[in-house]
Design a binder for this molecule. Sequence first.
Ligand code: IVH
Length: 676
Amino acid sequence: MNLPPEISRRALALRDQLNEHNYRYYVLDEPSIPDVEYDRLFRELQALESEYPELLTEDSPTRRVGGRAENSFAEVQHRIPMLSLDNAFSADELREFDRRVRERLDIDGEVEYVSEPKLDGLAVSLHYEEGVLRLAATRGDGFTGEDITENIRTIPSVPLRLRGDNLPAVVEVRGEVYMPKEGFARLNRELEARGEKTFVNPRNAAAGSLRQKNPRVTAKRPLELCAYSVALEDESLLPDTHWDCLQLVKAWGFRINPQMGRGPGAEACLAAYDALLTQRDALPYEIDGIVFKVNSLKLQRDLGFVSRAPRWAIAHKFPAQEELTEVLDVEFQVGRTGAVTPVARLKPVFVGGVTVSNATLHNMDEIARLDLHVGDTVFIRRAGDVIPQVVRVLAERRPADARAVIRPETCPVCDSEIVQVEGEAVARCSGGLYCGAQRREAIRHYASRKAMDIEGLGEKWIDILVDQDKVQTVADLYRLTVDELKTLDRMGEKSASNLVNAIAASRAPELWRFIYALGIREVGEATAKALANHFGDLGPIAEADEDSLQAVPDVGPVVADHIVRFFRQAHNQETIAALQAAGVRWKTLEVAAGGAQPLAGSTYVLTGTLSGMNRDEAKAQLEALGAKVSGSVSKKTTAVVAGEAAGSKLSKAESLGVPVMDETAFMAFLATHQQA
Ligand code: IVH
């Protein structure tokens, strides 16, 4: 078929536009057109290429969806070996590295180092000829890798064509392919929903995705590339420093790490290590340390290599977030709602900066999914402040006397039957408040800071009071006397009287605290506030049916069902009556007929200092009118209330065109709505 010249020009223009948008979106994080527009251009190019196959070029963005043949995974010899890095595990080892560098170079002063986060992914090598991506390979053993070009093409942050003029005829860029934390979590959720095997960590997920035979699968995986080095046939064409090399690579259209830094000597490196370690959990990707590289390429050449690693670089490792340990036992714990949760007792292991000796196993389905036995060796992961997880069992290390985990038939605390509702993963003790564990948890919740906020009534005392049968339900708390408490081990006269006073002080709670304190399933702080503001008193909530409950913002069918069931249960009604008999009187709120809330659906932000009331009071008044009070200003903010010395939130409101009220205006505003 004849190829009309205007068609070639259009295809070229589309390719350029799409590559440009892609770069802005994935490398600069600054999208310049809406997704639908991108899709439209993309489909236009796809259509042209399928009509005129001779139009298809190697740098066409349509290749990113993994269109062409399966991967060959043919062997690729690395012209320059892909080395690994030596590790330093302490500040002293890092100082020792710096000392060796200076000694070898015979330098008295400080050497300048570049620091880069050590991304936890896979090293890849990308070859460009005349600016076009021709070959991508894995590291392999450092000398021979595998051809993964078709898979690499699917990664949006990999340039298919380098940007700019004066491009070298041939150039090799190296970097790390990784999967950001969020994409990893999403991928595992999807795999789990399809009943497929999940990945242990983002690194394995990245590796598994890159080694897919079918590039279409890789195309769906949220992979990214961060470049960290460049090699040219003719080294004299490179800038003088590693830092400038990376700026060059950036100009060609690669993502480089935004957390990079440079500074003189070991002390600058150690400061960079400390700074990065504090940011670790907040970064969108996993890192296992920080890499320091001598900045001057001349000094790098002078230093050279030892066996498999350069003498001019070192990786200073962070504490590991994964470890192996043994499952000593699996026990079953009973929570406030009776949920029976299996917990693995582990041989203590240091991971993610703390010693871990327990890990939740969630439910029996999870145990089945992991195929976990007592005696197994398991992979424990603790990243950030997330609770430790068992991510995998090393079946090959299972001892002969390992035993399967069997859920008990009856509650380990009260011996009541354990029931599991069809279709629910959670098993529950049927003992209700008869069950000591549920009683204990119910009382803990009732006394907690966000609920009735009873100071001094911590877990330790609750355990003792429940164990010695001094309290059966929360209402019994109000009957405790100083004389009775004094008899408890380690409870003196003074603390007994403080505790009795603190319990007494909780007799007049705000309505929402009382609702939250009841411990209704799925009713958290926000829902409790919404219910309080809508109904104004407990009686109407207890009497409401599912429909009227769902009129409350935040309450859906599931929550409404839990609320109705809660108030239907005789023992819950008895507990509330007993609390009232003990003198508990929650504060009711004035609500307009039908629970109308004039400010429902609006969001306010408070900033600066008000002279007439403190911020909590202002917040409570707004919430009583049905408004939400948020901590940050966005386009969705209804208005900002700005007191004295309001700062960045006020300027943000002004820049977004969000209305601002001063204190006088706010007081008038409240008065109008409270009368309404
Ligand atoms: S430089 C000769 N820079 O760490 C220098 N490596 O243990 C070799 N890595 O295989 C690599 N982030 O997969 C370098 N900023 C970074 C890195 C990095 C992660 C990985 C890479 C390499 C391994 C070496």
